[in-house]
Design a protein around this ligand. Structure first.
Ligand SMILES: Cc1ncc(COP(=O)(O)O)c(C=O)c1O
Length: 460
């Protein structure tokens, strides 16, 4: 559908006057149009000029089943007509109960208890609060610190931000709640020299750094370690072999909870319902959001092991935490319909069958001088761009600014690809297409990237 030009002018004027976009330099849109996306179909979205874009980021790691699924919209309609809202504060509704049971069945091990939220930040915030209260209830009240990795993103609320490892987005809001401690991430491409030759040694070192941090802080003060199965920020760092087995061992040794932040990595992104299942580790808490509903309605939450829940089942014990819209009936109905599609269309199977092709197609780009490293798993990849392939020299802040913000982001979009050019670590392009994608979409992604990255190289 193409809107008449006046309508676009009106939208632009109103957007400039009234809308505040997230993590957005609003000055960018003083002289240029705000991109306005009006509809979606499968892995594609369309703007208000009728132009089509391949949604190579699933919106924001969200649209697992793709756009325009009327069966999910119908489920939302039915639920809103029957019971649009009731809180989970001392009440329940059938959709939350059914979804909690279904998630517990899908989750690894004894992660049987579901606490819903509305977003990923709230899920992370809830997990830290739960860890703190759990230790207060079980006689270890001094445990409150949380370990997380350099450059990792865990959300924007104050607690989640304190767990986040990105200095630039924390600084304006300091002081943050105390207790956030950083450990190294698993970027093997940038491994320190003494472990740069062997990925297993590197993984062992990175995991052992968690132990060293626990000992440095004092084990009696550490509540939890927050880790994504594949770290997104910085450009997709999969875990080295043995990493999570060693982390689990360390957590058990020091009585620290292992929180797997799967806000991106759950619900098929890595070909499994949960990223921890792919890498074979048992978390104490899993945080999730995004893909659970494929974005047809917001919903997040955490899955909690029986043993962590247990002290809250006695006497007057209460987890003193909640939000109004958590486990919203419409969102739960949407999540159930979304999971039905996962099953009916074997989306996990599609990712497992498709991922080798995705990787091989992206790896064709290694012939470009700007492509330093291509990494990821499942349908989740990062491409690190470098100034010099041999030395792995990265771009200066000024070059990065010119390349990513000045050229790449817009050029990729103009060429018909939604993805993300990110410089929160080294400059990377992030890709996470809907799980319905196949080889034709990977080819389209590769073609656009090749064209735009080739041009980018001439502009450095
Ligand atoms: C790993 C991780 N945790 C938490 C969050 C925060 O989720 P939300 O934006 O839904 O608050 C994100 C968002 O991208 C994320 O990637």
């Amino acid at each position: 559908m193409t809107n008449p030009p006046e309508s676009n002018a009106e939208l632009q004027q109103t957007a400039r006057r009234n809308l505040w976009m997230h993590f957005t330099r609003m000055s960018t849109y003083v002289d240029s149009d705000v991109p306005v996306i009006v509809r979606g179909s499968g892995p594609y979205v369309f703007d208000n000029h009728g132009r089509r874009y391949l949604d190579g980021l699933s919106g924001l790691f969200v649209s697992q089943v793709g756009h325009g699924r009327t069966e999910i919209a119908d489920a939302a309609h039915r639920q809103a007509s029957e019971l649009a809202y009731f809180p989970l504060w001392s009440y329940a509704h059938p959709q939350a109960i059914e979804l909690a049971e279904r998630l517990a069945e899908l989750a690894p091990g004894d992660l049987n208890r579901v606490f819903f939220t509305t977003s990923g930040s709230e899920a992370v915030e809830s997990a830290w609060k739960l860890a703190k209260q759990y230790f207060k209830l079980t006689g270890q009240p001094e445990r409150y610190k949380v370990l997380s990795r350099d450059i990792a993103y865990h959300g924007t609320s104050m607690g989640a931000l304190a767990i986040t490892g990105l200095a630039d987005i924390k600084y304006p809001f300091e002081p943050l709640p105390p207790g956030g401690v950083r450990v190294p991430n698993t970027n093997f491409y940038r491994a320190p020299d003494f472990v740069a030759d062997d990925i297993t040694d590197f993984g062992r070192w990175a995991a052992d750094e968690i132990e060293r941090a626990i000992l440095r802080e004092g084990p009696e003060s550490v509540a939890a370690v927050f880790l994504e199965p594949v770290q997104n920020s910085g450009g997709c760092f999969p875990p080295p072999p043995g990493y999570f087995a060693r982390v689990r061992e360390i957590c058990d040794t020091y009585g620290v909870l292992l929180v797997s932040d799967e806000v991106i990595c759950a619900f098929g992104r890595l070909g499994h319902y949960f990223g921890s299942a792919r890498y074979g580790y048992q978390p104490d808490i899993i945080t999730f959001a995004k893909g659970l509903t494929s974005g047809y309605s917001p919903l997040g939450g955490m899955l909690v092991r029986d043993a962590i829940m247990e002290p809250f089942t006695r006497g007057t014990a209460t987890f003193l935490h909640g939000v109004t819209f958590a486990g919203h009936p419409v969102s739960c109905a949407v999540a159930l319909a979304n999971l039905d599609i996962f099953e009916k269309e074997d989306l996990l199977g599609n990712v497992r069958r498709g991922e080798a092709g995705f990787r091989a197609t992206l790896e064709k780009l290694y012939d470009l001088p700007i492509v330093g490293d291509i990494r990821g798993d499942g349908y989740f990849y990062g491409i690190e761009m470098v100034k010099d392939k041999d030395t792995r020299e990265t771009f200066s802040d000024e070059e990065s600014e010119r390349l990513l913000r000045g050229y790449l982001s817009t050029a990729l979009f103009d060429a018909g690809l939604v993805c993300r050019a990110d410089d929160r670590g080294d400059p990377v392009i992030q890709l996470a297409p809907p799980l319905i994608c196949g080889q034709e979409h990977f080819d389209e992604i590769e073609r656009i990237l090749r064209e735009v990255l080739t041009e980018a190289w001439t502009r450095i």
